[in-house]
Write a protein that binds this ligand. Structure first.
Ligand SMILES: *[C@@H]1O[C@H](CO)[C@@H](O)[C@H](O)[C@H]1NC(C)=O
Ligand SMILES: *[C@@H]1O[C@H](CO)[C@@H](O)[C@H](O)[C@H]1NC(C)=O
Length: 329
């Protein structure tokens, strides 16, 4: 993997790490880095909250070995004790309330549950963007509370699901705001600004931190589980340029540009032959380039493995990993 450039996604990862572990420091509750009682952290510029975030990110990355960088790219990223960096769990869910379905949240402490709001398809039927925003705010508030109580190993929530719900046979349609690209986009902005804390101004983090991190998923043209002999792992969606531009891309573009979501998840399916997560045009040229996205891009669970195992797109498992990193995941 020597020739692969992984610094760009890493910068995004590190921003989240810094955000979660440096800004919120509690003596007993959450996992955090840069413990002021640890003498070694004082000498690290990345621990100096007064420095600009870019300098801190650059400093932290310069200290990581290649193996350490790679270790941070997967669920259950291990701690790096020599730098006093805590373990991090990327996978948490919060479609309509903080959920323990991912691995990042547990309800086995003083907080034993969270507020569950209605399924999105119902909430969306209100066409009330301020209601959507307030629900997002409540979810972000609870997420931060759970983290502060020491029951979260991460603050990256893989919601909202803004896929276009065109075919009622899709078993996850109720997770989405429906079939209308405009409504889906407005829903995305409301939810993301609510859960992240609405602290963006002019594309920049206003005060340097998020309340929680939202993730627009599943990018893109993904709207079936199992149908007509296809399943969602191998499905090759034949999408015209016009349908992509008119229907599937607008919610994601809005989620990134107006919502300032800090994450995107690439979907299992292929589009016109190319797996979403291995598509340089979709991830790097469009999302990072044209839409100026500056966050992290995660795969859906096992979406890298299936590029080799199920789709046969990559010859070797290593090729699948190289394909997605080069594409911008
Ligand atoms: C960070 O340093 C503190 C104080 O020495 C220690 O208690 C904590 O376990 C360290 N965390 C990690 C992840 O190394
Ligand atoms: C998409 O197009 C390819 C190539 O023409 C074809 O093999 C495949 O069956 C098509 N998929 C669908 C779902 O129609």
């Amino acid at each position: 993997m020597g020739g692969i450039h992984i610094h760009r996604p890493l910068i995004s990862i590190i921003i989240i790490l810094l955000t979660e572990f440096l800004v919120f420091a509690y003596s007993n509750g959450p996992p955090y880095s840069c413990d002021s009682s640890n003498p070694s952290t004082k000498s690290f510029p990345f621990c100096d909250a007064k420095l600009p975030i870019n300098n801190r990110v650059r400093d932290l990355i310069s200290r990581l070995t290649l193996d350490e960088k790679i270790s941070q790219l997967v669920n259950g990223a291990p701690a790096i004790p020599r730098l006093n960096i805590s373990a991090y769990e990327w996978w948490s869910e919060a479609l309509h309330g903080v959920s323990s379905h991912g691995k990042g949240i547990s309800f086995d402490g003083s907080i034993s549950s969270s507020t569950m709001f209605p399924q999105i398809i119902l909430t969306a039927a209100s066409f009330d963007a301020s209601l959507w925003y307030q629900i997002g705010q409540a979810i972000g508030e609870e997420a931060r509370g759970i983290y502060n109580a020491g029951q979260a190993m991460g603050m990256t929530f893989w919601a909202p699901n803004i896929n276009i719900f065109r075919d009622p046979r899709w078993g996850r349609g109720q997770e989405t705001p429906g079939e209308d690209p405009l409504v889906a986009g407005i829903y995305a902005v409301s939810y993301v600004r609510g859960i992240q804390g609405d602290s963006f101004e002019g594309g920049q983090l206003k005060d340097g931190h998020l309340k929680a991190s939202a993730c627009c998923k599943h990018y893109t043209a993904h709207d079936l589980d199992s149908w007509n002999g296809y399943n969602r792992y191998i499905f090759d969606a034949n999408v015209t340029k016009q349908d992509l531009a008119d229907t599937y891309q607008p919610p994601f573009k809005t989620c990134v540009q107006q919502g300032q979501a800090s994450g995107i998840m690439c979907a299992y399916n292929r589009i016109n032959g190319v797996p979403n997560c291995a598509d340089y045009d979709l991830l790097t040229k469009t999302v990072r380039g044209e839409w100026s996205f500056n966050g992290y891009i995660a795969s859906d669970c096992d979406a890298v493995a299936i590029i080799h195992d199920n789709q046969g797109y990559a010859k070797l498992p290593e090729d699948a990993v190289a394909d997605v990193l080069k594409a911008g995941m």
